[in-house]
Design a protein around this ligand. Structure first.
Ligand code: FAD
Ligand code: DHB
Length: 387
């Protein structure tokens, strides 16, 4: 089997890259370890930056998002019960779109199916070789070992994937912070407790009220990584969430049976550089941000946009200049986004090691946001997406 670009991983990064390449007439094959249904079953991101929305629209993948997505012009922060609205539209002229990662993935999968471009699901034990001369991807599918020869490999296989791990340790620098807590998330078919997202700092821990539609809500609470999902009945979850958000939001919270409940760890992570021979890392394979700033999916889409432009340039003009520039170009945005996600996480969570002074610093930062439109604008520019 032979293709121009072998894409490892059929999550949003891999699917978006495949979609852009196929539209440009560049042959590509997606190699995905799981089944399509499994990929769709993972409940993750909910907020799309303007740039992500624009790319979906421009590339012909935005029609359902335009119909069903919820444009949001602001969100609420609260600190120990005191509210502050961040008016994204007034501060930046831009807004964000609430449209789930599951739906973006479903739309991209459908377009891929229509295009006839191949996705090889259930591809196990992926290994790579020839990254400096004749790149090849080996994998097992239906019990048979297969090989895909290609010009380039896009490593879009997430944090635990095979691509980053196939780079020799002495060729890669890794930067990491693991936070001493996770997020317990619940998805429920009830209208959202507030019409905009609410990010709440509380002494008992962070809480987030988000949504997927006018009738489906997504809630998160900060929890210890020792917690087990089985120990959290729906009522225990809603009781704890109600304690952490403002009384008005708690009063409007509609309880219902959870349709998904899971715990996600929080981590900041960057690998450098993002090119090794003919392989390029993109999305969660290259970096992880803690979810507080709603940036992971958006950053993944930005990576693949840049990688697509570089590959298109390579096949149009035979120049590798764009590919040479890929790693430094995306790392610039990655580090700025890491900073924002880290600062939102630091402001809004309670840390076991925090002393009274550090708690006062968190409060002082919230008060500074309350008092300064300039500080709110910086937050809004980052939240809606750096230009
Ligand atoms: P993934 O989605 O991880 O996809 C990688 C794919 O590769 C998977 O399908 C996997 O099965 C496959 N794969 C793995 N290993 C192999 C292998 N060896 N061989 C073949 N295939 C393999 N981001 C936002 O922008 N906004 C948000 O609001 C937001 N909220 C979040 C909330 C939570 C609770 C979590 C956990 C994350 C959130 N994120 C958010 C982050 C976002 O979900 C990720 O950044 C995004 O999924 C990254 O996409 P990706 O395609 O790079 O990686
Ligand atoms: C969601 C997740 C986030 O991390 C965030 O900042 C906002 C919304 C969500 O899953 O809806």
């Amino acid at each position: 089997m032979r293709t121009k670009v072998a894409i490892i991983g059929g999550g949003p990064a891999g699917l978006m890259l495949g979609h852009l390449l196929t539209r440009e007439g560049i042959d590509n094959v997606i190699v995905e370890r799981q089944s399509g249904d499994y990929v769709l079953g993972r409940i993750r991101a909910g907020v799309l930056e303007q740039g992500t929305v624009d790319l979906l629209e421009e590339s012909g993948a935005g029609s359902r998002m335009r119909e069903e997505g919820l444009p949001h012009e602001g969100f609420e922060l609260s600190f120990d019960g005191d509210p502050l609205r961040i008016d994204l539209k007034a501060l930046t002229g831009r807004s964000v779109m609430v449209y789930g990662q599951t739906e973006v993935t479903r739309d991209l999968m459908r377009l891929r199916e229509q295009s006839g471009a191949p996705t090889l699901y259930g591809a196990k034990d992926v290994s790579l070789d020839g990254l400096h001369d004749q790149p090849a991807v080996h994998f097992t599918q239906d019990g048979e070992r297969r090989t895909l020869h290609c010009d380039y490999i896009a490593g879009c296989d997430g944090f635990h994937g095979a691509c980053r791990k196939s780079i020799p340790a002495d060729k890669l620098s890794l930067f990491e912070r693991i936070y001493p807590f996770g997020w317990l998330g619940v998805l429920v078919d009830k209208p959202p407790a507030a019409h905009e997202l609410v990010y709440a700092h509380h002494q008992r821990g962070f809480a987030l009220c988000s949504m997927r539609s006018a009738t489906r809500s997504r809630y998160y609470i900060q929890c210890s990584m020792d917690e087990r999902v089985e120990d959290w009945s729906d009522d225990r979850f809603y009781d704890e969430l109600s304690l952490r958000v403002n009384p008005a939001v708690a009063g409007a919270l509609q309880r219902g049976p959870s349709i998904e409940k899971s715990i996600a760890p929080l981590r900041s992570f960057v690998a450098e550089p993002l090119r090794f021979g003919a392989m390029f890392l993109a999305g969660d394979a290259a970096h992880i941000v803690p979810p507080t700033g709603a940036k992971g999916l958006n950053l993944a889409i930005h990576d693949v946009r840049v990688l697509f432009e570089a590959l298109a340039d390579r096949y149009r003009s035979d120049s590798e200049a764009g590919l040479d520039d890929y790693s430094p170009r995306v790392l610039d945005r990655i580090w700025k986004t890491e900073r924002f996600s880290w600062s939102m996480t630091t402001l809004l969570h309670t840390f076991p090691e925090h002393d009274p002074f550090t708690r006062r610093m968190q409060r002082a930062e919230f008060d500074a946001l309350l008092g300064s439109a300039t500080m709110r604008r910086v937050m809004a520019e980052n939240y809606t997406g750096l230009i």
